[in-house]
Design a binder for this molecule. Structure first.
Ligand code: ATP
Ligand code: MG
Length: 415
């Protein structure tokens, strides 16, 4: 992608209303635009990041044999009345059509996935079944101040699993937890799985996947020496400074965290509401057990920016960076530089490297390098009148630049 062709460029100054780093940096660097509180447009480079996060999530869900579908965002009110959500869920957006019909905007998809699965689940042999989709959710959130971390419209991966018995559920549940940890690891995040239920004596387990960040809304108690992490609002047994109840090797610390995903045991709530039954060996009707598994894709993008930024801009993890290389030509009054930089751009493209090429001839070196840092691609490559047949390469997270051949640069990109 040539920078001059990119319609959405960086801003000279930060947006005035931004209270969080993700809001400020994503707007200033040209990744998103706020349409209203909690509602954003994803610009070309922002959409690239969002799509890369989705791709990683998709690969990990496919790896545990979940099947992807695309369910609607506009639902008939009848489905939500059948589960009671129509009256109980305060964040549900409700719409009335011109003919007086009522609809709900998807805030989650249990109401559409359960009747869908009912069409094919008739006996224990039809399970386990896991269905997921990646789609926008709508919630009438009262506070939407954390940039893309709390939207009124946001992108979620939601998966739903169906099981003939608790043991089957437990097996899949454990796999899903591992898949979640893989997702966060590939995104460069350290997520702690809280046990919201807190102990071994509860029947229904649920986990929240929390990333420590001051921009988060959930106070958690955690241990640095082991995986112990609990949401303070759920578990009041311990306080900051207590010994870790699990490993006893460290004191518990209190921090703010953002919930980037969660997994729930739904029990038979929805299979009962939609009368999804199977017949067991003795001819008795049984309601399958369901699990639901969410990942806030757009929130996770915000959390990544909160975790990886400095005074100059964003530092994207390579796995989801909008481009691997930010190539800039300096001293563009020198024809040889332009020729050489164009050539490097072509060779990188040919090698399959994703490059953003700042080839503008009317912009100074300082501004080009400043914008490269703000956008935050992992590798900066510079061609100038000093670099001759080499390229000056600097990692976004390092201070020193190195002179490299094009071959070395391509190899660096492949790592
Ligand atoms: P929260 O407590 O943060 O409101 P939740 O318990 O309502 O989250 P779920 O309904 O289980 O969340 O949604 C699954 C995931 O979707 C959450 O773990 C979170 O990552 C994301 N999510 C939930 N609400 C929002 C929102 N308003 N904006 C962006 N992402 C969200
Ligand atoms: Mg919520």
């Amino acid at each position: 992608m040539k920078y001059s062709k990119m319609f959405a460029k960086t801003l000279k100054s930060a947006p005035s209303a931004a209270e969080t780093a993700n809001h400020r940096l994503l707007v200033q660097a040209g990744f998103v635009r706020q349409v209203m509180a909690g509602v954003y447009t994803y610009l070309p480079i922002g959409l690239r990041v969002l799509n890369k996060i989705s791709k990683i999530v998709r690969e990990e869900m496919d790896a545990i044999s979940a099947q992807e579908v695309l369910m609607p965002m506009l639902h008939p009110s009848a489905l939500w009345k059948q589960t009671g959500g129509w009256d109980k869920i305060d964040v549900l957006f409700k719409i009335k059509s011109r003919t007086g019909k009522e609809y709900a905007m998807s805030q989650s998809n249990e109401e559409t996935v359960t009747p869908l699965a009912k069409e094919w689940i008739h006996s224990a042999k039809d399970m386990p079944l896991a269905i997921y989709h990646i789609n926008w959710k709508f919630r009438d959130e009262l506070r939407s101040k954390s940039g893309i971390m709390r939207g009124r419209e946001f992108l979620m991966k939601d998966m739903y699993s169906f099981h003939a018995n608790q043991a089957d559920f437990d097996t899949f549940y454990a796999k899903a937890k591992v898949a979640y940890m893989n997702v966060y690891k590939r995104l460069g995040l350290v997520a702690k799985a809280t046990e919201a239920s807190g102990g071994a004596f509860t029947e229904k387990v649920s986990y929240e996947f929390e990333v420590l960040t001051d921009a988060g809304e959930a106070p958690v108690l955690y241990c640095d020496k082991c995986d112990y992490c609990v949401n303070v609002d759920d578990i009041k047994t311990y306080k900051e400074g207590d010994d870790c109840p699990i490993c006893k090797k460290d004191k518990l610390k209190l921090a703010m965290a953002s919930e980037v995903g969660n997994v729930f045991d739904l029990g038979q709530k929805y299979t009962k509401a939609f009368d999804l039954t199977i017949t067991d060996g003795e001819g008795n009707k049984q309601y399958p057990i369901m699990g639901c598994y969410g990942i806030g894709i757009s929130r996770t993008m915000g959390v990544i920016v909160e975790k990886f930024n400095d005074e100059r801009g964003i530092l994207w993890p390579a796995s989801i960076a909008p481009f691997t290389v930010h190539l800039a030509s300096l001293n563009t009054n020198d024809e040889a530089v332009i020729k050489r930089a164009d050539e490097v751009y072509e060779l990188l493209n040919k090698a399959g490297v994703e490059v953003l090429y700042d080839e503008r001839t009317d912009v100074g070196a300082g501004q080009k390098l400043g914008e490269a840092d703000m956008i935050g691609c992992p590798i900066r490559a510079v061609v100038s009148s000093k670099t001759q047949d080499k390229i000056e390469v600097k990692m976004r997270n390092e201070k020193e630049a190195k002179l490299m051949t094009i071959g070395d640069l391509i190899n660096t990109c492949k790592v």
